[in-house]
Design a protein around this ligand. Sequence first.
Ligand code: FAD
Ligand code: NAP
Length: 312
Amino acid sequence: MLDCAIIGGGPAGLTAGLYTTRGGLDNVTMFEKGLPGGQITMSSEIENYPGATAHNLSGMDFMAPWQEQCQRFGLKHEMSEVTRVSRREDGIFTIHKSDGSVDEAKSVIVCTGSAPKRAGFAGEDIYFGRGVSTCATCDGFFYKNKEVAVIGGGDTALEEALYLAKICTKVYLIHRRETFRAAPNTIARVKNTANIELVINAIPEEVFGGAMGVDGIRVKLQDGSSRQIDVPGVFVFVGNNVNNQVLIQEDGSFLCEMTQWGEVKVDLSMKTSIAGLFAAGDMRESAPKQVVCAAGDGAVAALQAIAFVDGH
Ligand code: FAD
Ligand code: NAP
């Protein structure tokens, strides 16, 4: 029986692994379906993690020592996809894996992250990470004093457009309809921001560029004509998928309480509504979706898991 099962090996899971093992739990396994490191390994550069000051530090190079450090303290890593976490009446958790095998654990920290949706226009995948981004906090600074485009009409797109408008000279907010989904107050703030131009009833067709990255985006307008907007950066905010599948039970319900957007509800200790079950990182409610925050969550959850296991 595991003292703690950690599901997901991104920044939250690896930090939870470091803190649980170094904090005295003997038998901890981190289940990761791919290579440990998480989403940030897709990034060509990270420059907002405190202390990580190396120039052009790729996400892959940044994350490599995290795993090494955990293993020094005894974290076991199993390369498995977890299909479901369930809980018996006696409070013991069962970890169901895609090969049909199961493990049992006294506590579980779920850190399966999230993934921004793609809009599906031409060039989006080709230029992802080279001018197309889904994270203004991560990449906005690279476009300081430049013009950028933002795609989407929900709260995220409008809030991120406001964030980018403080850094960039101009933000083109491209939305496929005339009305926005965002909160009225946010819409008003966007409309009152001088350097945000609304490009409405505009469907993104293609991001174009060359070896150096993005040169611009072409959108199709309502009258059938095309408009070309020359920008080096395109930010896509068309929704987000939370990787919450492991919490779905056989009857379709979730193991613990969730928000209406599919994020796990947690308190400040990363405790879910179920004793012994913790959630950390991008998949928990109101997550800032930053490596430093996911790591912090992982540490908090681990300390709580240690206390929970000790209490039994
Ligand atoms: P994730 O990193 O998403 O890790 C979750 C892990 O769980 C993954 O490894 C996944 O394979 C695994 N997993 C999922 N489901 C299962 C399952 N069923 N079984 C087993 N394993 C599973 N943040 C910054 O702070 N600065 C940046 O500059 C920055 N740049 C970014 C650039 C890009 C391109 C992207 C995509 C994100 C960027 N971010 C950045 C955001 C940052 O990567 C995330 O906030 C952070 O990785 C979240 O960590 P996490 O551990 O919660 O989840
Ligand atoms: P969202 O509300 O689903 O909005 C996604 C936006 O992207 C929509 O405007 C949609 O257009 C557009 N879109 C979707 N697919 C597209 C495509 N292929 N091409 C072009 N545009 C596309 O997503 P979100 O903004 O990430 O918000 C998710 C949830 O979190 C929402 O419920 C939101 O209220 C909440 N949230 C709240 C806050 C806050 O309260 N401060 C902050 C952020 C998010 P259509 O409108 O035409 O469908």
